[in-house]
Design a protein around this ligand. Structure first.
Ligand SMILES: [Fe+2]
Ligand SMILES: [Fe+2]
Length: 337
């Protein structure tokens, strides 16, 4: 999962400022622009404007952090999965998210940042990750709803990124999207089964849908009118579809799925608009969204503390891997000497 569909500076409290196009080298800039215009790919060894590089480092690292932090609310349910089958599926999904984080950290590293720098940003609270993971997972139905709606929203966000102008990011997204599609389906299928179960199970599904629906709509980021950096992202071929258009696509795709599932989405204003040929929907609570982005969500502190603890607890694994690699290298050197 889960790009953050807005530009958040890495230092809390600062407002994102639109980045000016680079004037570092007009000739190289012209070559870069023509490549972008021709829908070509920028590769790590190519010249790129500093602002493009910085934007990508921020977006890809925020995306990687989101994958890694996203493992936490679901990892929490592995030991409580209701059957062996559900446990195996959930383990596979959480493991996929870890893999997505690793592809993305690797993609960001090609832009000249290091894993340590990125992790330091995350662990010190300077860097952001998708706010959707700052909400609690209260029942097993949340696992289904996260798959259906959160991974579903992530797919909407990420499919256009498969065509992003930066090669390593675009290629990572192709594989990530295939796995996200499995995540979305397993969640939806788990909910279908629950909806055919007892009244208590159906109530759990309805409650989870009510709690997650609006948060998922906010995952696409602020309305286009309040998203000043989107235009630059579009110009650079990083962003292909605007926040509002992606959100509309998500709503239009999800309403029929909710019908099949037999749940009502918690929005009295949600109705088909014949003229627009889209569903209309109600107002998103952006104050609540920004409060959560800025650290005041229900689980921000808990998620970060769990993540830092996991990193520290894993220090011996990294030490052991490095010691092993050193030994192997010494052995090879001795053999070839
Ligand atoms: Fe993912
Ligand atoms: Fe996922």
């Amino acid at each position: 999962m889960y790009t953050q569909s807005f530009n958040v500076p890495d230092s809390p409290g600062l407002k994102a400022v639109p980045l000016a196009p680079s004037t570092e080298n007009p000739e190289l800039q012209a070559h870069f622009d023509s490549k972008i215009d021709a829908d070509g790919k920028i590769e790590p060894q190519d010249w790129m404007p500093e602002a493009y590089r910085k934007t990508l480092v921020r977006q890809i690292s925020q995306h990687a952090h989101s994958e890694i932090v996203g493992m936490l609310p679901e990892g929490n349910w592995i030991s409580r999965a209701p059957s062996l089958k559900r446990k195996a599926i959930l383990i596979a999904k959480v493991q996929d998210e870890g893999g997505h984080g690793l592809y993305l950290y690797s993609a960001a590293e090609t832009l000249g940042t290091s894993r340590e720098q990125m992790l330091d940003g995350l662990h010190s609270g300077r860097a952001k990750y998708s706010s959707i993971f700052n909400y609690p997972t209260l029942t097993w139905a949340d696992m289904g709803v996260i798959g259906w709606l959160v991974d579903g929203a992530a797919i909407m966000n990420q499919i256009p990124l498969c065509r992003c102008s930066y090669g390593p990011y675009a290629r990572a997204m192709v594989r990530v999207c295939k796995e996200e599609s499995f995540h979305q389906r397993q969640g939806y299928e788990a909910l279908l089964v629950m909806m055919q179960g007892t009244e208590e199970q159906r109530a759990m599904v309805r409650d989870a849908v009510n709690r997650w629906w609006w948060k998922c709509l906010a995952m696409f980021g602020p309305p286009d009118a309040d998203s000043p950096n989107s235009a630059q992202g579009m110009r650079w071929g990083i962003k292909r579809i605007s926040n509002d258009d992606l959100r509309q696509k998500f709503v239009d795709a999800t309403v029929p799925q909710a019908k099949v599932l037999g749940v009502t989405l918690p929005d009295p204003d949600l109705k088909w608009n014949e003229e627009r040929q889209h569903y209309d929907y109600g107002q998103i609570d952006w104050d609540e969204f920004w409060a959560t982005v800025n650290g005041d969500g229900p689980c921000n502190k808990e998620r970060l503390a769990t993540r830092v603890k996991a990193h520290n607890d894993g220090q011996w694994v990294r030490d052991a891997a490095l010691a092993y690699a050193r030994k192997q290298q010494e052995r090879t050197m001795k053999e070839t000497a």
